[in-house]
Ligand binder design. Structure first.
Ligand SMILES: Nc1ncnc2c1ncn2[C@@H]1O[C@H](COP(=O)(O)OP(=O)(O)OP(=O)(O)O)[C@@H](O)[C@H]1O
Length: 245
């Protein structure tokens, strides 16, 4: 049997080329070239100050890079505003909550909802609210929710925009191990529904639960990239990040 032609490489959903952002003398993000395939779920890890949040803020358009490009679905979005990126399908869930605490859960969701995604986005949102225990809380002021439910509401608000690429910055911060496990299951569920997800996370229990591709940032650069197994077996990563000698 003769071998057929090699399958065409899949066009990444997101690509960065030489992305760089400095603050004074510190290169927070330093020449980062990254490709994320459609439907991929990837964790971004690295020591404090490695540049993870800055990279996310460049991807979401909250800051402009000094140099380099961001290409999303084949379009150069490097100079687009955050609002226009959301319209194109990139949405960031912040590390800290940005909900309107005095408004109800339902009102927060109404404000966040955009024109993208149609019925499918609505179904995903209903699934998310049910999975995270928020479906019965629609009439409750968001400020009365527990810490974890506020975090989850924030994820749902990002989801309400109908994203193709969801950026989650430390979604399990301050959560119990049980809440962290539920968040990991939920993120796996999101990926199962075709949403591409990049997650910055310090909690290795979460990263292990997800057990997908991992990118390690260190001093603003991509230090290592691979499967969870490859990253955990990498002695240099263990030394810089996992705290081993
Ligand atoms: N607005 C800013 N002004 C000056 N320096 C900044 C600014 N934002 C980030 N930095 C610096 O850039 C570097 C990267 O910071 P960043 O917050 O992106 O790292 P991080 O990997 O997200 O860290 P952490 O895990 O602690 O959240 C750090 O040295 C930080 O002090």
């Amino acid at each position: 049997m003769t071998a057929g032609p090699a399958p065409a490489a899949r066009e990444p959903l997101l690509r960065t080329e030489g992305l760089t952002k400095a603050f004074g003398g510190i290169r927070a993000v330093d020449d980062v070239s990254l490709a994320v395939a459609p439907g991929e779920l990837r964790c971004l890890i690295g020591p404090n100050g490695a540049g993870k949040s800055t990279l996310f803020s460049l991807l979401a358009g909250l800051q402009r890079p000094d140099s380099g490009r961001i290409v999303f679905k084949g379009e150069d979005v490097t100079t687009l505003s955050p609002f226009r990126r959301v319209r194109r399908g990139i949405c960031l869930k912040f590390q800290t909550t940005r909900i309107y605490r005095g408004l109800t859960v339902g009102e927060n969701l109404t404000i966040a909802r955009g024109p993208r995604g149609g019925a499918r986005a609505g179904e995903r949102l209903d699934w998310a609210l049910g999975t995270l225990g928020l479906a019965s809380e629609r009439a409750r002021p968001a400020g009365e929710l527990s810490h974890s439910h506020q975090q989850w509401l924030e994820v749902c608000l990002a989801l309400a925009t109908g994203p193709d690429l969801l950026l989650l910055d430390e979604p399990t911060a301050g959560m119990t191990p049980e809440e962290t496990a539920l968040t990991a299951e939920f993120v796996l569920g999101l990926a199962g529904q075709g949403i591409t997800v990049l997650v910055v996370e310090h909690d290795m229990a979460f990263v292990r639960h997800i057990a997908r591709g991992v990118t390690v940032l260190h001093y603003g650069r991509i230090f290592a990239d691979g499967t969870l197994q490859e990253i955990e077996a990498n002695q240099e990563v263990r030394r810089i990040y996992l705290g081993e000698q």
